[in-house]
Write a protein of this length. Structure first.
Length: 255
């Protein structure tokens, strides 16, 4: 993977900050995915329980309906079925689970299992009451099952989104940032080594020049001293020669 970034310390700090942010984001998405999976597993168990209850209640309701048809006649049962009023509209509210809006059906506290049917004692039949009660139970269980299935579907969609985002961070973004940071650090380290080597070379060159300058100064000083000494010796010899050359010079002779 080609890294197209200028290897500067500012870009290094920026990349490290992005890596920290991406890592935190991945950890949050992973926790969110775990929580949602736990929630959906609970919903699956709850849906299985409700389906079992619906199956049992349907069996009891159809058994009661068959008994009602036998005792009252099919035409009378059909008339009572047509007299049942329409279902009242129910309210749906939402709750948030890890940022996901979950629907909930607001059920009455004490639902009337008999739909408030104006059934008199003359035409009433226990089998009919039993059938109405069981089908009413099936209705509310169906409400609960629809809520659970809708919640599970929304959670599954959110799990897919969270997994996609987490995989993108873990498999693409974070490795790319790590590679960028490694490239910048290696480039900066190489530049630092080159700069250190250059400084050492310049320092050694300056030290060599200083040593050569000191040697030159010492040599010049030594040569000047020798020259001065030779000049002084020559001056002394010349003075002696001049003294000896004078006619009135007196030479001390030994006695």
């Amino acid at each position: 993977m080609a890294v197209k970034v200028t290897p500067t310390r500012a870009n290094l700090i920026k990349s490290k900050s992005q890596l920290t942010f991406s890592t935190k984001g991945y950890n949050l998405l992973d926790k969110k995915r775990t929580v949602l999976i736990q929630e959906i597993m609970k919903l699956v168990e709850e849906a299985n329980e409700i389906e079992e209850k619906i199956t049992d209640t349907f069996a009891q309701a159809y058994a009661a309906l068959q008994q009602c048809c036998i005792s009252m006649g099919l035409n009378n049962v059909e008339e009572y079925a047509l007299s049942i009023p329409n279902e009242d509209p129910y309210q749906v509210r939402t709750r948030s689970v890890m940022g996901v809006d979950i629907p909930e059906v607001v059920l009455p506290d004490n639902p009337d299992p008999y739909y408030s049917q104006p059934l008199g004692f003359k035409d009433n039949n226990p089998a009919l009451d039993r059938a109405i009660e069981k089908f009413n139970e099936v209705k509310f269980l169906s409400y609960k099952l629809s809520v659970v299935e809708s919640t599970a579907f929304k959670l599954s969609q959110e799990i897919k989104k969270a997994s996609k985002s987490a995989n993108a961070l873990n498999k693409i973004q974070i490795p790319k940032l790590k590679e960028t940071i490694s490239y910048i650090e290696d480039s900066i380290e190489e530049k630092d080594r080159e700069e250190h080597f250059r400084i050492k070379k310049v320092k050694a060159h300056n030290q060599a020049r200083a040593a050569a300058e000191r040697d030159r100064i010492r040599r010049e000083a030594a040569a000047a001293a020798e020259k001065a000494e030779a000049a002084a010796t020559a001056e002394a010899e010349a003075e002696t020669d001049r003294t000896l050359a004078r006619p009135d010079s007196i030479i001390d002779k030994p006695e």
